[in-house]
Design a protein around this ligand. Structure first.
Ligand code: CA
Length: 220
């Protein structure tokens, strides 16, 4: 899951970024409206957390343009204004939900889960395949009923492979969907996380769940 945080107040932006990153989200930050539009045009975001009062272009305008450009992800407005008129205007411009500042981080997490579930009915279903059970709402992984403790990144990797079961997923695609724009495509990041993931998934089992197909990628 990749999230764009649009917020001009740096301490708030980095607090949200840190919080979401520890929960396993890939997070990019834009500090003004124009930058938000540019990032959204080149990257694939599942959710945009959008501050209402922004320099250069305000949140309502950003929201309107994102929808105009057919942005299909969720949009959550972050607003210091609690006036009903502002909220309605936000929803009218295509926002899915809004949060009034200051808000509890756990509430933002809950809203993100809600808007991503709402989209297309069930966006992030519990997956069951080859004895593996993956619940993206709790990041819980089990194999043949046995709990496997994965880091948020490891969970995101195996969940992505499970969603694309049977298809070899290239490393670049995993980087694009699971890491943020600061990830260096020439590092061993994916490989390192993949090795740890495999070790955890396969410990005590004969069958290896993830295969590497030379020149093509990883397949579950
Ligand atoms: Ca602001």
């Amino acid at each position: 899951m990749r999230v764009l945080v649009v917020e001009d107040e740096e301490p708030i932006a980095s607090a949200i970024e840190r919080g979401l990153t520890t929960k396993g989200y890939a997070v990019d930050v834009a500090y003004d409206g124009q930058a938000a539009i540019e990032k959204a045009s080149v990257n694939n975001y599942d959710v945009v957390c959008l501050d209402l009062n922004l320099p250069r272009m305000d949140g309502l305008e950003v929201c309107r343009r994102l929808r105009e450009d057919r942005f299909a992800g969720g949009i959550i407005m972050l607003t210091a204004r609690s006036a009903i008129r502002d909220r309605i205007e936000g929803l009218d411009q295509g926002a899915d939900d809004y949060l009034v500042k200051p808000f509890a981080f756990s509430e933002l997490l809950a809203r993100i889960r809600a808007v991503t579930r709402r989209e297309g009915g069930l966006r992030e279903p519990v997956l069951n395949t080859r004895g593996l059970e993956l619940d993206p709402n709790t990041n819980r992984a089990r194999r043949d009923g046995r709990d496997i403790h994965l880091t948020p990144k490891e969970f995101a990797l195996v969940y992505y492979l499970a969603r694309n079961e049977g298809r070899a997923v290239p490393q670049e695609e995993l980087l694009e969907h699971i890491w943020d724009e600061h990830a260096n495509p020439f590092t061993q990041t994916v490989k390192v996380h993949m090795n740890n993931l495999r070790r955890k998934l396969n410990e005590g089992f004969d069958e290896q769940l993830i295969e590497t197909i030379r020149g093509k990628g990883y397949v579950l």
